[in-house]
Write a protein that binds this ligand. Structure first.
Ligand SMILES: [Zn+2]
Length: 433
């Protein structure tokens, strides 16, 4: 059924309309100024006082990390491996499909309220590997209505064959524009030479999704295990295909960056998480100089992505000693790169409010305190809204998934179920010690 949002400010990083309308079903059908609005549409939403934007893409997260919130474990890490051992690996090895599903529902709900309509996830669950990506899909896509790209973090910690089967099954399932898949690998540091060979033989030019050089430890272990650096190691195994998602990439030398460029991969930066783990910062300028596509994720540290753009900006200013290190033009490129990447992976057109693009739209209350036009709209967005992006209404593929800040299903019950699932998980973790 045709719907319309009218009387709204509309901005898609290319065009700004002061008082406009957008008509859509599953895709955008028409957009323009209100003085040209002649469409006969039954389902009309008054967007007066709202800014309508394309929904945001979250470039890298771990949905299961939701259940770390409030969990107090003995924590005294000496290095990055300790952070994994003392926290994340204690959690993920106790996850089963039921916990995964509940984490997906609450994570996607919060992400949606923060303006995200597409999530790219990196998942691990030790108790149940098989069916875990379907559990995520049921939560994120079926229940909450977002788009989701899923993969399982293959690692020598788990049954490697089961990890491969789970990735393969999700890659090979039918994707209808709402789902996409990567071949998931945890990180070079948790993968033996035998495992990498086995993974290479099961890839059909599929893009991998892997943490790379998140800490120096990843490089040290690659030298030890394979007498080479991480990116060279992955490349030597033939694992870097177009659109592989390389996460973090903090400790890469110039030769490794050249390989990333040559293989046409994309890098997902998550500086909030890097600072939180006290591991280091990415070489943004060197990635940019090589025209390596960069997108932004949150690594599961929050359920938002707009704040991560601000964090990346501020961090690079400090790192380079100049507020020119990452400007609004760069933010623009990062956002467009995320839409281009997601459009290729989901095989639909995302990120513009113009005919033929998916109707993934968010409406955010915004009354500009200063004049707003096509030239400064991005500045309004970044400095006025990115610190606290709260969607009032949202559509994904034309389906209304949020209205008046509420989802159209029993959210209270779902969060109650999630708390119960989290308690069960925490009991397992405590029991294990
Ligand atoms: Zn991550």
């Amino acid at each position: 059924m045709k719907k319309a949002i009218i009387n709204a400010r509309i901005y898609d990083y290319e065009t700004y309309i002061e008082r406009g309308y957008v008509v859509f079903d599953t895709t955008v059908l028409a957009v323009g100024s209100m003085n040209e609005f002649t469409e006969d549409v039954e389902d009309v939403i008054d967007g007066d006082g709202m800014l309508v934007l394309p929904g945001f893409v979250l470039g890298h997260t771990h949905i299961y990390s939701t259940f770390a919130r409030g969990l107090a474990l003995p924590f005294n890490p000496k290095d990055f491996q300790d952070i994994l051992n003392q926290l994340w690996w204690k959690i993920d090895r106790q996850l089963d499909n039921d916990t995964t599903y509940h984490s997906a529902v609450v994570y996607a709900t919060d992400a949606l309220k923060n303006g995200i309509t597409t999530i790219i996830d990196h998942h691990a669950s030790g108790r149940e590997i098989e069916g875990s990506l379907e559990a995520l899909r049921r939560g994120v896509v079926d229940k909450v209505g977002l788009r989701g790209a899923f993969c399982f973090e293959t690692s020598d910690r788990f049954d490697v064959e089961a990890c491969i089967r789970e990735n393969r099954a999700f890659l090979d399932r039918e994707h209808n524009g709402k789902t996409a898949a990567h071949f998931g690998l945890h990180a070079s540091m948790s993968l033996s030479e035998t495992t990498l060979k086995r993974v290479a033989s099961s890839l059909d030019h599929d893009p991998i999704h892997i943490h790379v050089a998140e800490s120096e430890l990843d490089q040290e272990l690659a030298e030890k295990q394979a007498q080479t650096r991480v990116v060279e190691r992955l490349d030597r195994h033939g694992l870097l295909h177009k659109d592989a998602l390389i996460v973090h990439g903090l400790f890469l030398d110039n030769h490794e960056l050249d390989i990333l460029k040559k293989r046409d991969v994309t890098v997902a930066l998550n500086v909030g998480s890097n600072m939180n783990n006290a591991v280091g910062l990415p070489r943004y300028q060197e990635l940019k100089n090589r025209n390596i596509p960069i997108i932004v994720g949150n690594d599961g540290l929050s359920t938002s992505v707009t704040n991560e753009y601000l964090t990346l900006m501020q961090t690079m200013h400090l790192k380079e000693g100049t507020p020119l290190a990452l400007g609004l033009d760069d933010v623009h490129t990062l956002i467009e790169t995320a839409y281009d990447y997601a459009s290729r992976r989901f095989k639909v057109k995302l990120g513009k409010i113009k005919p033929g693009y998916e109707a993934d739209l968010i409406a955010v209350p915004y009354d500009p305190p200063t004049p707003m036009d096509a030239h400064n709209a991005l500045g309004h967005l970044v400095y006025g809204l990115f610190a606290s992006m709260k969607a009032h209404t949202a559509f994904v593929g034309g389906r209304m998934v949020l209205h008046h800040y509420r989802v159209p299903w029993n959210e209270k019950r779902a969060f109650n179920d999630a708390r119960n699932a989290a308690q069960t998980l925490w009991n397992r973790i405590t029991k294990e010690g």
